[in-house]
Write a protein that binds this ligand. Structure first.
Ligand code: NAP
Ligand code: GLV
Length: 317
C-alpha cells in the first residue's frame, strides 16, 4: 500500500517576511511541504497557495493549483489575477478582523457624538465648558455592507443604542437590533443614505461599488455626520469628499484606505483638520487566527469536505 503524496503549499504575501508564516503553516498542516515563493528560483509544482496581493507571475508559475487561500477578507487584488479556470478561491471570514472593525467604528462614532475633539481643544486652553447633550436618536449610523464585518459593526453600534441602518446587495434582516432599518440593491441606496447621518463603508470593491462614495451619494446623507471608510480606496472619489467637507455637509472623515497606498505625502487628506488617516490597519490580518482558519479550510478542501468562504468571481466577492 503506497502512502499519500504530501500536500504542496506555496506561500506569498506582498510586503511580508514569510519565514514565521511558513513555519506556522507547516505546524498546522502536518506532513505538508510548505515554502515561500521565490520568483528567482525554478517553480515547484504546488496544489495550494496561501497569498496576499499575489502577482500574475505566481499564478503563471503554478498552473496546477487546486485552491488559493486569501490572507484577507477583501479579494479585489486576488481577482485581478488570472487563475486556472477550475481553481477554488477562498477568503478569510472574520479571523479576528470583525472586532477590530467594531472598535474602530465605535471609536469614531462615539468620539464625534460626544464631541470629544471639542472638549480636547477646550482642555488645551484649561476651559471648563459643558455642552448640551446630543439626542442619540438624531444620530443614525448607516453601514454599507452588512456582511461578516458590517454585521459586527452594526451590533456593536446598536449596543450603544445608536439607531442603525444597513445596505446590502440582497435583503438582510437584523430584527433583533432595536432601531434597525435595512435597505438593499440600487433602489435601496437613496433611502438608506437619507436615513443615515454617519456612514461606515464596509463594501467589497467590485465594478458595482467602485466610486460609490461620490458627491451624488454622500450629499444624500443627513448633514453634519462622518464618513468612516474602512473598505477600499477606489470606493471613494477624493475630491468629492473634500468638497463636502468644505461645504460643511460632512463634519469629518475617518479614512483607513486610499486610492494610492501608501497615501502620497502631498495628499490633502494628511493635513485636512477634519480628516483622520490611518495606514490600512482598521482590521489587520492576525497571523495565528488567519492561518488556523486557512489550515482548517485547506484540510477540509483536501479531504473533499465543504469549505466556507468561497469567493464567487462573477459576483466579485
Ligand atoms: P462580506 O462578508 O463579503 O460582506 C460584503 C457585504 O457587502 C455584503 O453584505 C454584501 O451584500 C454587500 N455588497 C456587496 N456588493 C454590494 C452591492 N453592489 N451593493 C450593496 N451591497 C453590496 O465582506 P466582509 O468580510 O464584511 O469585508 C468587507 C470588506 O472590508 C472587504 O471586501 C475589504 O474590502 C474590507 N476590509 C478592509 C480592511 C481594512 O483593514 N481596512 C480589513 C478587512 C476587510 P450581500 O449580503 O447581499 O451579499
Ligand atoms: C484587508 O484589507 C482585508 O481585505 O483583509
Amino acid at each position: 500500500m503506497g502512502t499519500a503524496a504530501p500536500m504542496r503549499v506555496v506561500f506569498h504575501a506582498a510586503d511580508t517576511r514569510p519565514e514565521r508564516w511558513v513555519r506556522s503553516l507547516e505546524g498546522l498542516l502536518e506532513g505538508a511541504e510548505v515554502w515561500a515563493w521565490n520568483p528567482q528560483e525554478p517553480p515547484r509544482p504546488a496544489d495550494y497557495a496561501v497569498v496576499w496581493a499575489p502577482p500574475q507571475a505566481l499564478a503563471d508559475a503554478h498552473p496546477g493549483l487546486r485552491a488559493v487561500f486569501n490572507l484577507g477578507a477583501g479579494v479585489d487584488a486576488l481577482l485581478r489575477v488570472r487563475w486556472p479556470s477550475d481553481v477554488t478561491l477562498v477568503r478569510l471570514d472574520d479571523a479576528g478582523m470583525a472586532v477590530q472593525m467594531a472598535e474602530r467604528s465605535c471609536e469614531a462614532v462615539i468620539r464625534h457624538f460626544r464631541e470629544l475633539d471639542a472638549y480636547e481643544a477646550q482642555a488645551r486652553d484649561a476651559r471648563w465648558k459643558p455642552r448640551a447633550p446630543r439626542q442619540r436618536s438624531q444620530w443614525p449610523v448607516g453601514v454599507m455592507g452588512t456582511g461578516v464585518l458590517g454585521e459586527r459593526v452594526l451590533r456593536a453600534l446598536a449596543a450603544f443604542d445608536f439607531p442603525v441602518r444597513g445596505w446590502s446587495r440582497t435583503p438582510r434582516e437584523f430584527a433583533d437590533l432595536p432601531g434597525w432599518q435595512g435597505f438593499h440593491g440600487e433602489a435601496g441606496l437613496a433611502p438608506f443614505l437619507a436615513a443615515s447621518r454617519h456612514l461606515v463603508c464596509l463594501l467589497p470593491l467590485t465594478p458595482a461599488t467602485e466610486g460609490i462614495l461620490c458627491q451624488r451619494n454622500l450629499s444624500q446623507l443627513q448633514p453634519g455626520g462622518l464618513l468612516i471608510h474602512f473598505a477600499r480606496g477606489a470606493h471613494l472619489v477624493d475630491e468629492d469628499l473634500l468638497a463636502l467637507l468644505d461645504s460643511g455637509h460632512l463634519d469629518g472623515a475617518v479614512l483607513d484606505v486610499f486610492g494610492v497606498e501608501p497615501l502620497p505625502e502631498a495628499h490633502a487628506f494628511w493635513r485636512h483638520p477634519r480628516v483622520r488617516v490611518t495606514p490600512h490597519v482598521a482590521a489587520q490580518t492576525l497571523r495565528d487566527e488567519s492561518l488556523a482558519q486557512i489550515a482548517s479550510r485547506l484540510l477540509a478542501f483536501h479531504h473533499g469536505r465543504p469549505v466556507r468562504g468561497r469567493v464567487d468571481p462573477l459576483r466579485g466577492y
